[in-house]
Write a protein that binds this ligand. Structure first.
Ligand code: ZN
Length: 163
């Protein structure tokens, strides 16, 4: 395990410092987006700076995860082999948060980080948001999908859908 900075670690595989830092920048960008007043998620000031992040390269194996203790991103997952990023089956057909055409490593990475940050916010911050009371627990349920939708609709999709 290699420490890049206070909240960023490389756990295994061939990951450069620059690749790890790119993940951190994307995670902060996603978090700052979700902190906008309009979403009413009550994420505290400075939250973008304290996201625990682990990055690894799984050589085509293993998956990324997100939970209340942070996100783990596999920059060498199977997702990077394909030009279409497939989502969790229950909402893969959704035109906003479902499968999406990706044209580069950067596109795919952004979608993955947005998905895992949504889990982090879901488990870390939504339990104390009134309108999610009793609705935040299901891994890819209502709460996850609503947060992920804020990211996909207003940040991620416009960035990766290039003419
Ligand atoms: Zn998920």
């Amino acid at each position: 395990m290699k420490k890049v900075n206070k909240t960023l670690h490389i756990t295994r595989g061939n990951v450069t410092r620059e690749q790890a830092l790119q993940v951190q920048i994307l995670a902060r960008t996603c978090m700052r987006h979700l902190m906008k007043k309009q979403y009413e998620l009550d994420i505290p000031r400075g939250a973008q700076h304290i996201i625990p992040i682990e990055v690894f390269h799984g050589n085509g194996r293993g998956r990324s995860t997100g939970g209340r203790d942070g996100i783990t991103i596999n920059i060498g997952s199977g997702h990077f082999f394909y030009k279409s990023f497939n989502e969790y089956a229950a909402f893969n057909a959704d035109p906003v948060i479902g499968k999406v055409a990706v044209s580069s490593y950067d596109d795919t990475l952004l979608v993955i980080v947005a998905h895992e940050i949504s889990h982090y916010v879901q488990y870390r911050y939504l339990p104390s948001v009134k309108r999610y009371k009793g609705k935040w627990q299901k891994p890819h349920g209502y709460a996850f999908q609503s947060v992920y939708r804020y990211l996909r609709r207003d940040l991620v999709n416009p960035l990766i859908t290039r003419a």
